[in-house]
Design a protein around this ligand. Structure first.
Ligand SMILES: Cc1cc2nc3c(=O)[nH]c(=O)nc-3n(C[C@H](O)[C@H](O)[C@H](O)COP(=O)(O)OP(=O)(O)OC[C@H]3O[C@@H](n4cnc5c(N)ncnc54)[C@H](O)[C@@H]3O)c2cc1C
Length: 437
């Protein structure tokens, strides 16, 4: 197989990898002339957890079959390369929805498990891994391990949030949630500051299944952390909405320079905030634009130009609210940041993985156009604030975190190391653990 440039969503890295796609879930792992292997879903991770520079990649796009669907119980078994979007196409008309979904539907089941992804309902339902009942792991020695919360639980805990390092997940089984309509009852509420956000978020989490906020990351002073909170729940049967919007915009090619800069962000943020009135706005919307607003612009990451983007996502204990203030201060001062800064409260539903990222507190996610050293310096400063507050950075989004930050935030990483398939590795793993083989 040729060397090729499979990359991640941030497009900062241009790794050289040998690509060895598995064909069938019943086959052994493909022969691959590389020192190490790593499963690859759809590369929707932003940094280097899905990359294996100098090694081999196992893209799972051929493992895209449904295996069994119990329509009474809402239990689905499918191959790990199937995307969440493909699943929704089949299950929504039958009255079933994903238990947890990230902000794009273009991720695979294997990727959702390996990063133990979270969604807007984390405060109510926890992470994706909590809803997985069983999965099969194929190891490089040919062994197949079926595991779940009650079956080989140590392998399950290592594989959920295990960053693809315990072996190839060939199939998984998980519970869906019943819905009466494809519509979402949605409300939008503007808030004028970070403290106001905290009150509205706590009140909303008590009553709404889904909550998330957009924040104007460049506002300062008394307006620091102002934004708009979105909350939603699945609508009742018979709720009427317009036809689902199937139109697709696309950024056709990589732009030579980033269109995302201080001036464009400031302008967008002012307009976006101003166009949301202070009173609560309610309406019914299709689940697509509610969960996946960015999916309507294919390849939107190309807007960041050839140098790509970094994403920063942290979790900070709620008691360390001042640290969140400091993060916003530093981002606003730097003039960097993005139109899409997202704030959410994680709940206290325990995550099942040894290395799952979500933990009780606040999570902030935002993109930064890659402006070289300037951006890396800012991200280093933000990392310091997070580490001092006892928080964590999300490996699915990260490209720069230092080993000490990772090892402090994920103290069980050595247990994952013990379960790692000796033939598997990744660029992220080598960077944050120093392990080379
Ligand atoms: C627009 C956007 C919005 C997002 N929103 C969220 C969000 O709200 N919440 C959230 O948690 N994440 C979010 N993400 C991140 C994304 O959900 C995760 O990075 C996810 O893991 C990507 O899945 P993927 O299939 O593309 O896997 P990849 O990115 O290709 O791989 C991710 C990891 O999974 C491993 N892996 C993939 N397939 C397998 C397999 N079959 N067996 C074993 N390991 C495997 C890889 O080795 C790698 O370590 C978002 C990403 C984007 C681009």
């Amino acid at each position: 197989m040729p060397m090729t440039d499979y990359t991640s969503w941030g497009r900062v890295h241009r790794p050289r990898q040998t690509v060895c796609p598995p064909r069938w879930r019943t086959d052994p792992l493909p022969a691959c002339a590389a020192d190490s292997l790593l499963p690859y879903g759809r590369g929707r991770s932003y940094g280097d957890c899905c990359l294996n520079d100098g090694g081999g990649l196992l893209p799972t796009s051929a493992l895209e079959h449904f295996i069994a669907f119990d329509e009474q119980a809402g239990l689905l078994r499918c191959e790990a390369g199937l995307t969440l979007g493909d699943i929704l196409e089949v299950t929504v008309p039958r009255g079933w929805f994903l238990p947890v979904t990230p902000g794009t539907r273009h991720v695979t089941v294997g990727g959702a498990i390996a990063n133990d992804v979270h969604g807007k309902n984390h405060h109510a339902d926890g992470t994706f891994g909590r809803h997985v009942t069983r999965l099969e792991l194929l190891r490089s020695d040919g062994q197949r391990i079926v595991c779940g919360p009650d079956e080989n639980p140590e392998w399950f805990a290592a594989t959920v949030g295990g960053l693809g390092l315990t072996g190839l997940i060939t199939w998984a089984e998980f519970r869906l949630k019943p819905i009466a309509s494809r519509a979402i009852e949605q409300q939008q509420i503007r808030f004028a500051s970070l403290s106001e956000y905290r009150d509205i978020a706590a009140e909303s989490d008590a009553e709404w299944t889904y909550t998330v906020a957009w924040v104007d990351c460049l506002s300062r002073g008394r307006e620091l952390g102002r934004g708009v909170l979105f909350r939603g729940r699945h609508a009742q049967a018979g709720t009427r909405i317009g036809k689902p919007d199937r139109s697709k915009l696309a950024v056709p090619f990589e732009l030579p320079v980033s269109l995302v800069n201080g001036a464009s962000i400031r302008l967008f943020n002012r307009l976006y905030y101003a166009t949301h009135p202070t009173r609560v706005q309610s309406r019914e919307v299709d689940y697509g634009p509610f969960f996946y607003p960015l999916d309507n612009i294919a390849h939107w990451n190309r807007l960041y130009g050839r140098r790509g983007l970094y994403q920063f996502q942290c979790a900070i204990p709620e008691a360390e609210f001042d640290a969140m203030h400091e993060l916003f201060e530093r981002i606003a001062q730097s003039g960097q940041g993005s139109m899409l800064a997202v704030l959410k409260r994680f709940g206290d539903v325990p995550s099942p993985g040894l290395l799952s990222f979500p933990r009780p507190g606040l999570t902030l996610a935002l993109d930064f156009a890659n402006r070289g050293e300037r951006t890396r310096r800012l991200l280093g400063e933000l990392e310091d604030v997070v580490a001092q507050a006892g928080g964590a950075l999300y490996p699915a989004k990260d490209a720069l975190m230092r080993p000490e930050t990772f090892q402090q935030a994920y103290p069980r990483w050595r247990e994952l190391a013990e379960h790692r398939d000796p033939a598997f590795s990744s660029s992220l793993w080598r960077r944050v653990t120093g392990e080379t083989a």
